[in-house]
Design a protein around this ligand. Structure first.
Ligand code: TC6
Ligand code: NDP
Length: 301
């Protein structure tokens, strides 16, 4: 019997490099957008306490929006709220929520609605997975990833849409998925969930058009964030080779794409998937658990 390969990192290991943009970067990085682009808009961003969600929250506030974020870890949320207040003078709304609990999601949508008088855009960014050969997935591990990325995103979409239908107001959903174009070896669970979200979104873009709700997805490739701590160093050292530009994107690349989809410039885009991956979809796969020798011969990406 072959033992399953498991990489279970200590996410607070001080010997590993710190990854992702700093809070100073998020406060100061140049943006292509005009400073009042999202004035008066309200964005609810799941997973806004780190990585792309935090960058999107920062940028949206800098562009004039009211912002609410959620996540499971209250310390991350409070820290993000405090640093955004310090850097921009604007208070964002935080609520500890796991998107896996539909009742908690209902409460979240209700509180953000009450706080700001409505929600213009929901950004379903919360999610994640662990790297493992699919053959070794435990039942619990499979269910955890599907529940987070597919069910959690669905609860958010349905609850927001119900609210928009009741209020007779337009809605906008941006789902952060992944680059599923060539499959995702060693992340098959998330690939299945994200592919589900992409086609759920395309379906609802039609079904919910009568309610004036638009839905689009953004599929990031290799984006260097705090989330990289989930992967072994030897795999991370190769991640950039999965795209022909041989580089990593950063959370600001995704934040600017989110701002675009939240802005009036995207008013006629519906049911789309924007791939943000430096060309990875045409080129390679990541192997987040480490490339098996079988594929390594000849040094393929
Ligand atoms: C792919 C490259 C591109 C993408 C990059 C990014 O996305 S970067 C962003 C990356 N950011 C993120 O991914 C952040 C968010 N991600 C997460 O919170 C987790 O990855 C989660 C989605 C699995 C939820 O986890 P949770 O603990 O809340 O869920 P839970 O308690 O319900 O079930 C846990 C069960 O899952 C299993 N299992 C878990 N880990 C491993 C492992 N390393 N190894 C093996 N198995 C593992 C195990 O069965 C465990 O049960 P046990 O053995 O404990 O009884
Ligand atoms: N970085 C990359 O290269 C890629 C990332 N992605 C996806 O993009 C999204 C953002 O990732 P990134 O910023 O890189 O990584 P992070 O790990 O920094 O972000 C994930 C966020 O999701 C939140 N989250 C996870 N599970 C739940 C849950 N059940 N309920 C509520 N919030 C939750 C986490 O907060 P908390 O722990 O507080 O709950 C965290 O803030 C994720 O969905 C990720 O899988 C997709 C492709 C590539």
């Amino acid at each position: 019997m072959t033992a399953p390969k498991i990489f279970r990192p200590d996410l607070n290991d001080p010997t590993r490099p710190k990854r992702g943009l700093t809070e100073q970067d998020l406060a100061e990085k140049a943006t292509v957008y005009r400073p009042d682009l999202l004035d008066g808009q309200t964005l609810l961003i799941t997973g806004g306490g780190s990585g792309m969600g935090k960058a999107a929250a920062f940028l949206a506030v800098r562009l004039g929006a009211n912002v609410a974020i959620c996540g499971r870890d209250v310390e991350k949320l409070e820290r993000t709220r405090d640093v955004i207040a310090k850097e921009t003078g604007k208070e964002i709304f935080i609520q500890t929520t796991t998107i896996r609990d539909p009742e908690a999601v209902e409460e979240l949508i209700g509180s953000v609605h009450d706080k700001f008088g409505g929600i213009n855009t929901v950004v379903n960014n919360a999610g994640g997975q662990f790297p493992q050969d699919a053959i070794d997935f435990t039942r619990k591990g499979w269910l955890a990833v599907i529940d987070t990325n597919l069910n959690g995103t669905w609860w958010m979409m349905q609850e927001a849409a119900k609210r928009w239908r009741t209020d007779g107001k337009p809605g906008n959903i941006i789902n952060i998925v992944a680059n599923v174009e060539r499959g995702m070896p060693q992340a098959a669970h998330t690939c299945a969930a994200r592919a589900g979200v992409i086609y759920l979104s395309k379906t609802l873009a039609t079904e919910w058009a009568p309610f004036n709700i638009r839905i689009n997805c953004i599929g990031p490739g290799v984006i260097e964030t705090e989330g990289f701590a989930m992967y072994p160093e030897e795999a991370l050292a190769r991640f950039h080779q999965a795209n022909p530009m041989k580089m990593r994107g950063d959370a600001w690349d995704v934040a600017e794409a989110i701002a675009y989809f939240a802005s009036p410039a995207a008013r006629f885009i519906n049911g789309d998937l924007m791939i943000l991956d430096g060309g990875q979809a045409q080129w390679g796969v990541i192997w987040p658990g480490g490339m098996p020798d079988y594929f390594n011969e000849g040094g393929a990406a």
